[in-house]
Design a binder for this molecule. Sequence first.
Ligand code: OAD
Length: 246
Amino acid sequence: MSTYQRIVILTGAGLSAESGLGTFRDKDGLWSKYDLMEVATPEGFARNPEKVHAFYNLRRNMHANVVPNAAHRALARLEQNYSGEVWIVTQNIDELHESAGSHCLIHMHGELYKALCAHCGDRRPWRDELSTDLVCPSCKAIGGMRPDVVWFGEMPYQMDGIVERLAACDLFISIGTSGTVYPAADFVMDARQAGAHTVELNLEPSEGASLFAEAHHGKATEIVPTFVDRLLNSSQSAHPFENRDT
Ligand code: OAD
């Protein structure tokens, strides 16, 4: 019998950093090199779709050879071996959770390897480059194909399901995210209102670090497998870790 019955895990760019994918807000992060208003907003896409396509085509190429790291694999192991329910809600658009073997997964910010037709809403797997002259395979309109990712100002995907799971969870874990982008940054408060135990696993204290009941700071590939192991062995104890380390 496990201590926690329903676990929700929020993941961010820090989880994939050690697979070789850059984060957004760290020094040398993507937003130090690109203007997010130009490449990650609907307005930016309307103004200069070629630039937006070039940004995501580059990221699609960068992602082609990366593999899941020990933290992704540990989370997949947790889902497979834990007696309770384990859901991952990821802000990441990479497919490293799936590659590691996670199934109970929500891509709230969309997926890099999917395309969306802005005209008819058709959504389909897409591994090739996107460009402004593509024809939608479904409605045959030209020029509406875009990455199936959520841009700033757009509604994240599957929010109803996420809110429902947060309201029912008894353990919420936030991993590798700066806690600066909403609504994900608010999930810890939703979990707290549900009475859940809250844990931050991050390289450093995030913006919202003080909102968590427990925190462990270090590289994801080190602290996530350790936490997962203790969680899997913790059915008899109240909390997998006894002390905050920060
Ligand atoms: P950020 O770049 O904002 O934050 C990454 C976090 O990961 C930081 O707090 C780092 O300290 C931490 N980190 C870095 N390396 C790590 C490691 N090896 N182990 C553990 N933690 C590490 O990325 P996100 O919080 O994911 O949205 O960003 C949230 C959203 O903002 C993204 O989904 C994206 C971005 O703009 C959209 O594009 C809509």
